[in-house]
Design a protein around this ligand. Structure first.
Ligand code: FE2
Length: 287
């Protein structure tokens, strides 16, 4: 059994997107900071409504999936198909853009804290042009499991196994087979979990800090940083003196060329040009 070590740290950087929403981007801050099949991770977290109130008005996507996880706040999603979803604290929206979607993501609160993540997961070539779809997963459908050594894990995608007991999350059976856990640990508590050896994995610490890797060779991963893990079949962390909250992501790499132009992620430049033409002509969302 090989415990994965901390191979690379991607510190998040402040940026803005949409109509001026302030956020912190780690994965995806450049084309060299992706981890197949994960394209991008944004953390949004602020007490100041001016940082989020303008939201993300209508914009297109093609060729991948977006996963929004709200820790705190209230966001309304609407798309060109007439779908409408109300995302509140603890809820997840899993959207497959496929061949094309035009949607808006707008905060529904005028004050208070807005906090959460948006993750982009790539689709393999054979699925990039499939019909768009999305799932709203209320917090009540996301299982939470208490850890024997203290702490708690919410299982958003994939299956958690603790002391031989399997807890499947609501998202299963995708071709990238993603694992998406939200983990909270008290000070000095440990958490370890198997990850298939051929999957890429990273964690993103949003409170406190963790030591990543096997005992004796662990490295510190600080808050607001993504830690890419080396190959191995188990991930293992220990929370620092302040405890820790982090998300853990793992997935099966697609191993195809990635060409991204803003909200379009395809395999070739020609496909990107086609996506832009389709957006301009209305073909992107023609049913
Ligand atoms: Fe979007």
């Amino acid at each position: 059994m090989t415990t994965r070590t901390l191979q690379k740290v991607i510190e998040s950087a402040a940026t803005s997107d949409g109509a001026g929403v302030k956020l912190r981007r780690s994965l995806g801050s450049s084309q060299f900071q992706r981890l197949d099949p994960f394209l991008m991770l944004d953390e949004f977290g602020t007490e100041n409504p001016d940082d989020y109130i303008a939201g993300f008005p209508n914009h297109p996507h093609r060729g991948f999936e977006t996963v929004t996880y709200m820790l705190d706040g209230h966001m309304l999603h609407q798309d060109h198909l007439g779908n409408r979803g109300d995302l509140k604290s603890g809820d997840v929206q899993w959207m497959t853009a496929g061949r094309g979607i035009i949607h808006s993501e707008m905060p529904q609160q005028l004050q208070g804290r807005m906090r959460g993540f948006q993750l982009w997961i790539n689709l393999p070539a054979r699925e990039k042009m499939k019909p768009p779809a999305y799932r709203d997963i209320p917090a009540s459908q996301i299982p939470g499991v208490d850890l024997p050594g203290g702490g708690r894990v919410k299982v958003i995608a994939g299956t958690l196994v603790v002391e031989g007991k399997a807890t499947p999350g609501p998202i299963q059976g995708l071709s990238t087979d993603p694992l998406y856990f939200d983990v909270a640990l008290p000070a000095r508590a440990a958490f370890a979990h198997p990850i298939p050896p051929d999957y890429n994995a990273f964690l993103y610490v949003y409170e406190g800090g963790v030591d990543v890797g096997p005992a004796g060779a662990a490295r510190v991963l600080k808050m607001r940083s993504a830690g890419v893990l080396s190959a191995g079949d188990v991930m293992a962390v220990t929370a620092g003196a302040q405890g820790a909250r982090f998300i853990l992501l793992a997935g099966k790499p697609i191993k195809e060329p990635v060409v991204q132009y803003g909200p379009f992620v395809m395999n070739t430049h020609e496909e990107i040009e086609q996506a832009v033409r389709d957006y301009q002509s209305g073909e992107l969302t023609r049913v």
